[in-house]
Design a protein around this ligand. Structure first.
Ligand code: PHE
Length: 386
């Protein structure tokens, strides 16, 4: 991609010095250059390194597979999609830099991030430059509130938190709960809040504790949770810390079921949490056990390409990329404003994570699934419709 961009700059110089024609100059100057460029450049930012690196890898796998598929069938507006991927190491400050780099490179739209705090860092830059950003996985409501160029193709946490609370009280018959939150993560803080709101209607929150991503010793908070004797423990975090928390809780003799959200959805969770995480439940976007032919085909294609089954984050990213490409095709142009309008008009898109319609707040309204950790697998338990 960088090579390509440099090439364009070189052409621009040639053009400016009178060697090249005027249309080329126009093509170099703005983001509406599909008429003169041979491909459509899309930016992607993700945590390819750091403690959520498997999320980054899975997300990118999903995007690359969607891109390969669309390019194999003639591309978008007759041109191949090219991806420029920037690693943000899962850090908001680096997400800002990653998006700045993408926008410096003539991209027409941005895919990413999935972690809400990183999307909240990148979104204001896309909004101010009027470049559409599609987050396939960020569930915190504030992300799309940044502005009219920011979209998501997944559900939001007021819904996810309610799904988890209803499952805790309705299915697990919990009357009391403790909540253990990653205090620096917008995702975790938001999901905890919505869970508490709903659970408190029928049950009691007996303890609330917090940690910060990167912590490795959770025993003092867990000792307080143990003393509060909750029926269940809700941990709205990402898989690395959740796995370690589960191990330490069991070593303290705690027997309660753990419950969480989509941040658990990585094969690494079972690797880190081992026996301690067995039987725990979490809500997410997708189950590989679905019999929907769309899902069956996606799972087969993903396994063929990567030698492993897709997880939730690869599925939402596969859908997010396909929705963006579909919107560019429907826009009939790579003009970012027209892509924005086409994204806003997305209706009944047949995704592997469900049928996707973008609402007036630029969020997707779609079902959640609950999965249970059984061995190294996540077994389908139920689907909850909005
Ligand atoms: N929803 C999470 C967030 O907002 C990210 C995520 C999406 C994680 C999908 C796993 C699967 O931070």
């Amino acid at each position: 991609m960088l090579f390509k961009t440099r090439n364009w700059r070189r052409l621009a110089l040639l053009a400016a010095s009178g060697v090249c024609c005027a249309t080329l100059i126009a093509g170099c100057k703005n983001n509406q250059s599909a008429g003169t460029q041979s491909s459509i450049l899309i930016g992607e930012y993700a945590s390819m390194t750091g403690s959520t690196a498997t999320f980054g890898k899975s997300a990118d796998n999903g995007v690359q597979l969607a891109t390969k598929k669309v390019n194999a069938s003639g591309g978008v507006l007759g041109k191949p999609i090219k991806l420029e991927v920037q690693d943000d190491a899962g850090q908001p400050a680096q997400a800002t830099t990653a998006v700045q780099k993408l926008l410096a490179d003539n991209i027409v739209a941005v895919l990413g991030e999935f972690a809400s705090s990183n999307s909240l860092a990148g979104a204001p830059i896309c909004q101010s430059k009027k470049i559409p950003m599609v987050t396939p996985g960020s569930t915190n409501p504030a992300v799309t509130q940044v502005g009219d160029y920011i979209f998501r193709t997944c559900f939001i946490d007021p819904f996810q938190g309610t799904v988890c609370a209803k499952f805790a009280s309705g299915t697990l018959h919990a009357k009391t709960a403790a909540v253990f939150t990653d205090i620096k993560s917008d995702y975790s803080v938001g999901l905890a809040k919505y869970f508490i709101q709903e659970f408190s209607k029928t049950g009691k929150i007996v303890d609330q504790e917090s940690y910060s991503a990167g912590d490795s010793d959770f025993r003092s908070q867990l000792t307080r949770i143990k003393a509060a004797k909750p029926d269940i423990i809700f941990i709205p975090g990402y898989y690395t810390e959740v796995g370690n928390i589960a191990v330490q809780a069991r070593s303290l003799g705690m027997k309660q079921p753990f419950l969480g959200g989509d941040g658990w959805d990585s094969p690494k969770l079972a690797e880190i949490g081992k026996d301690a995480i067995q039987g725990s439940y979490f809500s997410t976007h997708f189950s590989t056990e679905s019999k929907d032919p769309l899902v069956v085909n996606f799972v087969a294609a993903y396994k063929k390409q990567y030698g492993e089954a897709p997880d939730g984050i690869s599925a939402v990213n596969y859908d997010g990329a396909r929705i963006l490409y579909d919107a560019i095709e429907r826009a009939g142009s790579t003009d970012p404003a027209k892509i924005r309008d086409a994204l806003a008009a997305t209706k009944d898109f047949p995704g592997v994570t469900g049928k996707i319609t973008i609402d007036k707040d630029r969020n997707a309204v779609k079902p959640a699934v609950i999965l249970q950790v059984v061995g190294k697998e996540f077994k389908y338990v139920t689907t909850v419709n909005p």
